[in-house]
Design a protein around this ligand. Structure first.
Ligand code: AKG
Ligand code: FE2
Length: 331
């Protein structure tokens, strides 16, 4: 993959941080039974206050123009994990302790969110290649490039941060990531892309939202926030019918720039990739699924950061295709 950018920054968890996270995760599972228990989710703000200052510091916000970091130091015992399921719906409670670890990491960075219409409303999604989905544009695909995208770009309540925790990745399949803060675009292109010209439709992971009857509203691609530009981009789900030539050309140049600055991150088991969803678009390179229980397996969490101002005010009045983001606990 062509890349002009430096490798992803790594933040190391030391043995004490790892022990803290895994001990508390085990404790929460013992108390509440299931990683999906509403009572466990409600308990997260309480346990947050128990986590050490050192852990809070390692999990400080993304602080470089890369818009991401890899959290390293957790270890997954492959033999304990069981077979990689062939579909998210058959995961059950496999890797439940990792779900809770990921929720704890998420809680240190903001509020975990979920969607009624995706993976049964679970706060931790399982990303595995699924038979019959090889060529779709969702995390269940394999043989095609998963085009760089903002997660849940169709929705105004989308995550500020996306966390991908690697359970298994024997073939070192890379996630791709490209930051708008590293892209070079002319002032004219930026001005074009700040106009609401094309809508972004719900992706194939949201069947309910795809049936929504309302009119898709055009949204801006770029926004000039206090700290620099932010991005809302999902070309695979962006119909260009209403777009004029100048806008299309600017959109094309944006795509080329994102490809130029893209980094490939091959997650190892235990790695957690933290991506700022306002700065970075992510995707995945094509690979051959094994379908023999040893496939690549990621767990994914989405986080909202209260009080963040990285998006246009006008987003507040969007219909969101009838979907609502659920927060892990009521504020
Ligand atoms: O498989 C990956 O590395 C990323 C998939 C993806 O886009 C996601 O889980 O949101
Ligand atoms: Fe994604």
């Amino acid at each position: 993959m062509p890349t002009a950018a430096a490798p992803a920054p790594v933040r190391l968890l030391d043995a004490e941080h790892v022990a803290e996270l895994t001990t508390i995760a085990t404790e929460l599972l013992d108390i509440h039974g299931l990683a999906t228990s509403p009572a466990l989710l409600a308990d997260l703000p309480r346990v947050r206050t128990r986590l050490s200052a050192g852990l809070h510091r390692v999990l400080r916000p993304v602080d470089t123009a890369d818009g991401l970091f890899v959290l390293r130091g957790l270890t997954v015992e492959d033999a304990d994990l069981g077979a990689t399921p062939g579909h998210w719906s058959t995961v059950g409670d496999a890797g439940a302790r990792w779900d809770v670890v990921l929720l704890l990491v998420s809680t240190l960075m903001g509020t975990p969110i979920a969607w009624d219409g995706q993976q049964d409303g679970r706060f931790v999604h399982n990303i595995v290649p699924s038979p019959g989905h090889e060529t779709v544009q969702t995390g269940a695909s394999s043989s095609v490039l998963l085009t760089p995208h903002t997660e849940d770009a169709f929705h105004p309540g989308r995550a500020h941060l996306l966390l991908l925790c690697c359970m298994r990745n024997h073939d070192a399949v890379a996630t791709t990531a490209a930051s708008i803060r590293l892209a070079r675009l002319s002032a004219q292109d930026r001005a074009h892309l700040a106009r609401p010209v094309a809508p972004i439709l719900p992706d194939d992971a949201y069947e309910q939202a795809q049936r929504f009857g309302g009119r898709p509203e055009p949204v801006p691609t770029l926004f000039e926030a206090d700290g620099g530009p932010t991005l809302r981009y999902d070309p695979a789900y962006t119909p260009l019918d209403a777009a004029d030539d100048a806008w299309r050309e600017a959109y094309g140049r944006l795509g080329e720039e994102l490809a130029r600055v893209s980094v490939a991150v091959s997650l190892r088991p235990g790695d957690v990739l933290v991506v700022d969803n306002d700065l970075v678009v992510h995707g995945r390179v094509p690979f051959a699924a094994r379908y023999d229980g040893t496939d690549r397996w990621l767990k994914r969490a989405s986080v909202r950061v209260p009080g963040r101002r990285t998006r246009p005010e006008a987003e507040r009045s969007e219909h969101g295709y009838g979907q609502a983001a659920l927060e892990a606990w009521a504020l």
